[in-house]
Design a protein around this ligand. Sequence first.
Ligand code: ADP
Ligand code: MG
Length: 458
Amino acid sequence: MEEKEHVRLWNECLKIIADNIPSVSFDRWFMPIVPLSWENKKLTVSVPSYFYAEYLDEHYCNLLKSTLTRVLGSDSQLSYSLFDSTVECKSGHVIPVKENAERADVYNPFPQTPNRRAIEPQLNPHYTFDTFVEGDCNKLARSAGMKIAENPGKNTFNPIFIYGGSGLGKTHLAQAIGWATLEKHPEMRVLYVDSNRFLSQYQNAVVHNRTNDFIAFYQMIDLLIVDDIQYFAGKGGTQNVFFQIFNHLQLNGKQIILIADQSPKLLQGLDDRMLTRFRWGLNAEIELPSSETRKEILKSKVRTDGLSIPDNVLDYIAEHVSDSVRELEGVINSLLAQSTLTDAEINMDLVRRVVSSLVSAPERTVTVASIQEAVCNYYGLEPHMLQSNSRKREVVQARQIAMFLSRKYTKVSLTSIGEQIGNRDHATVLYAVKSIQNLVEVDKEVQYSVEAIESSLK
Ligand code: ADP
Ligand code: MG
């Protein structure tokens, strides 16, 4: 029964907390917390994010302190855990989980938590399939992931290589596969590791002469998730040991899940042998969610967190915030924070303010081509004139201004600017840039023209 003790104690705390704060705040800030363990007078609970831990600490410090003292005694401690790491919070009563002594039987490079599995999967309790919304952007990866969990290692998706931009749900999905695997195969050793963590563990093992132990540990895993492997780029030693582990696991029918910000084709700085093997399995991209999916994600978040946010507010967020799911969550968090702090209702007015402060208008990208277009518009020239060999005075000047502005507003090299403007060499471009620079100083008309074209670019 001892494992259940942390749940019982935390429920006791919740009762007191619920009596002391408005139910909206309680649902928002306390319901999502998951109790993890109660050991040596220390209660460890899992929270969804750093933002969350900081917010709790800042706004509910006194309440938490007095509640803990009542339920757990005066010398108790509370620790927030973000799956594998812990946050030390300002109020002082919160401390990170202490590293436990390693088990005698296996060398384990991860800090051990008591009363748990011999190998902690290092999964975030919030990243499950239940909370992962399906959309066209993630359909393939998600359904492959569910099949993997049925039969890890013994499927055609081994390895599965999940890739895509930041904040699109790669980590969430991979961890959901981990949880689903554990649910169906509780005996399996599932492990999530971020590539940076793997790197530092490896360096540590080298320093302490434990490289073999390190490799042996990873070779024991049944389902290994390695996140953000683009950070292995240029790290030859780490890639070598990872390659050994990878081969061993694959030969033994163990499942491997790899995550990166690029497809294996575009990843740079990684060993070709490895990239070839990554392509053997399934390469699944996670793309930007459509506005429909964004809406679904927002609705699901509101549902699971028990929030009350009007539909038109959610629609507004889904329409205006499109860069990533992480950004959507950021808007929700800041809406909640603002409304709790200022006691304001969550309405269109508030959401407009929050969105405009968080999401800057997309900058128009200025390219050599768009500059040429603007210059031609200004001088009323046919688009191809700048490319031509015409030596007419006004064409020459327009061409030089296009080169000058390309230098000023793009990061393109002189050579490439020359290539794009009528295939001229880099000396010609340099000469043009200098000429216009000088002319702008002394010739009002040129100065005026340049400024007018510049403003049409923005
Ligand atoms: P990535 O690893 O691609 O950078 P994450 O997995 O960390 O992105 O996702 C960022 C945040 O967005 C997380 O809080 C995650 O729970 C949430 N998220 C991403 N995709 C989805 C989805 N399809 N459904 C629900 N939440 C999602
Ligand atoms: Mg990630």
